[in-house]
Write a protein that binds this ligand. Structure first.
Ligand code: SF4
Length: 578
């Protein structure tokens, strides 16, 4: 059912009380990213640290959630343990549809529970359960327990953390329904700081679809576009790991802590190789007919002579680059075994493995020793990396505790900042050139999905600073509109503005449909204003030397162009945030 306001459940953990709040702003902040920024401005404490109990942990969905295919994501917003500034992280699974069926546009969690707890919310209930016995369990073990404790299978969404989140790690993710994650910038650490092991959202209500023929006709048109054309084929077929071979071929795949951008051994971890050897099945977020989630398996001997167990592990380009090429682990099953350990610990795979790549080079150079790492770190040694990932998750010693706060924090202490592959946070799996570096280093979420900088690099040989910065700003605005709906960004080719406007009108959001340009501009500015007000200064961002040392198919990195891009984009961000 559509409404002209937001229906928000605000839960205070210290009292276990929930309040339904009606919030104005539907025709201005829309939902998703816009609603999250609005809520942070209402509930966030700009002058207090990320782990102050009063800080909110925010989950929002959008006006099209549940009405159209691939409108299947949830925005999670919080003050990040990584940089103590406002940020967003996005995930799918069943989270968005469960919030829609629970009749909520947003869930805001404040306070700190007195004991390790599980928060369960639905359309007619809120309950805070003491689950102290789950504290210290990994994501897989706690998942099993929570599924047994709570009903609503198929309608509920289970969000939970592992030991990394319990320890307040900046690299701790929130695992969503096993195969999806609010991955980056430490949302899991925020849950840990609130003594919150898990959140179960029960999608136990119903909602009416719009009457009349127009909505059904449009739904069918969108559905057909997504399933009968080749538009989404890449995502369903080999999935995003198709990028591994492509980037390796054009010398744009970060390998060996970005000492290389290509390596022949990568043929062991291409999307094709994963599909041939490891792929069991595809699965999908609720409300998505595409199914880009590729699930492989790891098999382990747990007892002699022949007792084995297996676990299903999902893989995408980013985890494969991080646990594979960045660490030079070039066997697909070995990559899955490292991903599996990250999953157990509740660590963001990209952040953790890029940090371990830095640690390996630092170890090779003698900057750190086994006294810090507790085992020898060697590129290609999957067994060693599995163990190091475990140490990183549980924070086995001071070195791993510091590394869990971010590679640059460890490098500032031990040395080696020049080869830390950090662009605002541990880098994503593209070494395409200057525009991508600046787009990720200064981008709002420090994500490769903030704007298509990696794609711009591959399509433009010119070095026109204004053109590149205009692209980043405009592309971000388009994406902000989608993340306010909240669409999966893989559908950005399908949901062009005209179609989005038709979809909005068909469910009754005519004012939003008629003002999309102004609204996305407003939300883009609001997000930046909020981020800057929590301390971000894009003008002080630095790009570690390693990024300037590589060669791509375009040749060496042009440092003057890189610097000019950084200065110009930083100025535009400051202007947007005014
Ligand atoms: S394309 Fe993939 S990530 Fe996007 S909604 Fe579908 S299954 Fe989820």
């Amino acid at each position: 059912m559509i409404r002209d306001h937001f229906r928000v459940l605000v839960v205070e953990l210290s009292t276990a009380r929930g309040t339904i709040v009606s919030l104005e702003g539907r025709d201005k902040e829309v939902g998703g990213s816009g609603l999250a920024a609005l809520l942070f401005n209402n509930y966030g404490k700009f002058d207090k640290p990320w782990n102050d109990p009063s800080q909110p942990l925010i989950f929002t969905i959008g006006p099209l959630t549940g009405y159209f295919p691939l409108m299947s994501k949830t925005v999670c917003a919080f003050k990040s343990p990584y940089h103590d500034q406002y940020t967003e992280s996005h995930a799918g699974g069943r989270s968005a549809l469960s919030l829609r069926f629970a009749d909520l546009d947003a869930l805001v969690i404040t306070g700190r529970a007195s004991k390790p707890s599980l928060l369960s919310v639905g359309s007619r209930h809120i309950e805070l359960k003491d689950v102290h016995y789950m504290w210290g369990t990994d994501v897989q073990a706690s998942g099993k327990m929570i599924r047994g404790l709570t009903g609503g299978s198929g309608h509920r969404s289970i969000l939970r953390i592992g030991q990394a989140g319990e320890n307040g790690s900046s690299m701790a993710c929130i695992n969503v329904d096993t195969y999806r994650h609010f991955g980056r910038l430490g949302g899991g650490g925020v849950m840990g700081s609130k003594n919150l092991k898990a959140i179960v959202i029960q999608g136990d209500g119903t909602f009416d679809l719009p009457e009349g023929k127009e909505y059904s006709r449009l739904f069918q048109e969108v559905y057909n576009k997504l399933t009968t054309t080749d538009m989404m084929d890449k995502y369903h077929n080999l999935g995003t790991p198709i990028n591994v071979a492509v980037l390796n071929k054009i010398k744009a795949l970060p390998c060996r802590n970005l000492q290389q951008t290509s390596d022949p051994a990568i043929e062991g971890i291409t999307g094709e190789k994963f599909a041939e050897d490891t792929l069991l099945r595809n699965t999908a977020c609720s409300g998505c007919p595409v199914g880009c989630i590729h699930v492989g398996f790891v098999r382990e001997k747990f007892m002699e002579p022949n007792q084995y167990l297996y676990r299903q592990v999902s893989y995408d380009h980013e985890p494969v680059f991080a646990a594979g090429s960045m660490l030079m682990v070039t066997n697909a099953f070995n990559v899955l075994s490292i991903i599996d350990m990250c999953e157990k610990m509740g660590l963001d795979i990209m952040s953790a493995c890029v940090a371990l790549a830095w640690a390996t080079e630092a170890f090779e150079k003698g900057i750190i020793t086994e006294k810090e790492t507790l085992l020898p770190l060697t590129f290609g040694d999957a067994k060693g990396y599995k163990e190091a990932t475990r140490h990183l998750g549980i924070g086995s010693n001071e070195f791993y505790q510091l590394l869990a706060q971010g590679t640059l924090k460890a490098a500032a202490h031990y040395g080696g900042e020049e080869f830390a592959c950090v662009l605002g946070q541990e880098m994503a799996g593209y070494a395409t050139g200057e525009v991508f570096y600046i787009s990720e280093a200064l981008g709002f979420r420090h994500s490769h999905l903030d704007s298509g900088g990696y794609s711009y690099d591959q399509k433009h040989e010119d070095k026109d600073v204004k053109k590149a910065v205009d692209f980043m700003v405009d592309d971000e605005q388009g994406r902000v509109l989608l993340t306010s709906m909240v669409s999966c960004l893989f559908a950005r080719e399908a949901y062009k503005n005209e179609l989005l406007a038709d979809c909005l009108k068909s469910v009754g959001y005519t004012t939003i449909a008629e003002n999309m340009d102004d609204l996305s501009h407003h939300i883009q500015k609001l997000r930046w204003k909020t981020r800057l007000a929590t301390g971000f200064n894009p003008q002080t961002v630095t790009i570690p030397k390693r990024f300037t040392e590589i060669t791509t198919w375009k040749g060496t990195i042009d440092i003057d162009y890189l610097t000019a891009l950084k200065d110009a984009y930083a100025k535009r961000i400051v202007t947007m945030g005014k």
